[in-house]
Design a protein around this ligand. Structure first.
Ligand SMILES: [Mg+2]
Length: 434
């Protein structure tokens, strides 16, 4: 990041436009002056509430303000959120509660009130939507915003609008946010994390490569501990090293992930901000020419439908947490079964295997005229199939699936048949209806 006193800035406390060369705001004396050469031209933001659950509890009980607060406990006995005072003592999210209390015995533990957090989250979301319709929520307390083309509407640059937004959230909702401003999603998200809490960081086109070069590979989306260890074993530790590697080499070593490493290490990310529209689920179904009852007959169809759903999820940049199987019996009764996965997915393999498990139970000799599979509980693809949480085998399958997708894109769907669809007669290959 360039912190350059020679460029004009915006005071984050009073929103005064500060001239070049002034360390503090000329109007209010605040040192919280935002400066960046590209400040007035960048428009892609990531906004993340600071220690959200804990902040809401502190807002509602001022006695907690200067105390270490941990939200968590309950069934799983882990930390959901720790306030910044507790974090200084070493408490982290997802830490078992007994460990957290070893690190910070004086912490006040509060059971999460998800309904309250959802309500506050919706208030923050509504304020975001007043800035632009292009708001893509990633979770209850964070979202991407595309503010390009809103200057005229707001009479101010996106940077000014965002500084105003942060102040407004503090005044009206009583919690704080951190903002990342850049030209793409990847860097906006990285930036919002740089100065938490109450941060506002800017990464421009001119400083992206230099900034990234010094970052560890884990700064890249989708690179968790396991994959970082793989890279480390290959001698790759920083994004700067990736910047010097060829795309072909990275793809040969790491499949589609290699392509991602190539692009993101160079600050190339053309994913659009996708407002969460009306779509509540993505599914695909087909009606048979003649009724079917045997698992062997239904399986290849289920596989093909899973692949169709997966392709649509991948194209839309989303994943889903719940897999839904739909069957219609010969006498037109509809059976719906659903299963929630540990993590959202967009992989055909995971959708298919959840569907297969449910189908096995339903295939009791009943004649069916229709089968469908889909996913609901949609989330951003970034949250789907975390490499660290999927076992090694399925991670390899995910890489293979990425390779299959790439081939299909190049040579067409028929180029690659999986074991389940391969060799089946045309009659059984479903004409898929969406
Ligand atoms: Mg947050």
């Amino acid at each position: 990041m360039v912190v350059n006193a020679a460029v004009p800035g915006i005071c984050r406390d009073c929103l005064y436009r500060t001239g070049p060369g002034e360390r503090r705001c000329r109007a209010c004396g605040s040192p919280r002056v935002l400066r960046h050469p590209e400040l007035e031209t960048l428009s892609l933001a990531h906004i993340d509430c600071d220690a959200f659950y804990a902040a809401v509890e502190k807002r509602d009980n001022p006695e907690l303000r200067d105390k270490p607060v941990i939200i968590g406990g309950g069934k799983r006995g882990v930390v959901s959120t720790a306030c910044y005072i507790a974090r200084i003592k070493g408490v982290r999210s997802a830490m078992p509660m007994f460990k957290a209390l070893q690190a910070c015995p004086e912490a006040i533990v509060i059971k999460p009130d998800m309904e309250k957090y959802a309500r506050v989250g919706r208030e923050v979301r509504a304020m975001m939507l007043a800035l632009t319709p292009l708001v893509e929520p990633l979770s209850i307390d964070e979202a991407f915003l595309d503010l390009s083309g809103t200057e005229r509407l707001h009479g101010a640059s996106p940077a000014m609008v965002l500084a105003r937004f942060a102040r407004q959230v503090e005044e009206e909702i009583g919690i704080t946010v951190s903002i990342g401003l850049s030209y793409c999603k990847f860097l906006a998200k990285v930036a919002s994390d740089l100065q938490k809490p109450r941060g506002f960081s800017v990464i421009g086109r001119a400083d992206a490569l230099t900034f990234l070069a010094e970052q560890p590979v884990t700064a890249i989306w989708g690179v968790g501990k396991t994959f970082a260890a793989t890279l480390s074993a290959d001698g790759i530790h920083t994004i700067g090293q990736l910047q010097h590697m060829e795309r072909a080499d990275l793809m040969r070593r790491y499949g589609t992930m290699g392509d991602r490493l190539y692009r993101l290490s160079r600050g190339q990310d053309d994913r659009k901000v996708e407002p969460r529209g009306e779509a509540k689920s993505v599914s695909s179904e087909t009606t048979f020419d003649r009724d079917l009852s045997r698992v062997d007959d239904l399986l290849p169809i289920l596989r093909a439908l899973s692949e169709r759903v997966s392709a649509r999820l991948k194209k839309a940049g989303i994943g889903g947490r719940t897999v839904v199987l739909k069957l219609k019996t010969a006498d037109f009764r509809i059976r719906t079964r659903s299963r929630q996965l540990a993590n959202p997915t967009r992989l055909a393999d995971r959708i298919f295997s959840a569907g297969f498990d449910m189908l096995k139970r339903e295939a009791d000799g009943t004649m069916f005229r229709l089968i469908g599979i889909g996913v609901s509980d949609l989330t951003d693809a970034a949250l789907a199939d975390p490499p660290d949480l999927v076992d090694r085998l399925s991670y390899k399958r995910a890489l293979a699936e990425g390779a299959i997708d790439a081939l299909r894109e190049k040579y067409g769907r028929q180029a690659v048949e999986t074991g389940y669809t391969f060799g089946r007669g045309k009659r059984l290959r479903p004409e898929v209806e969406d």
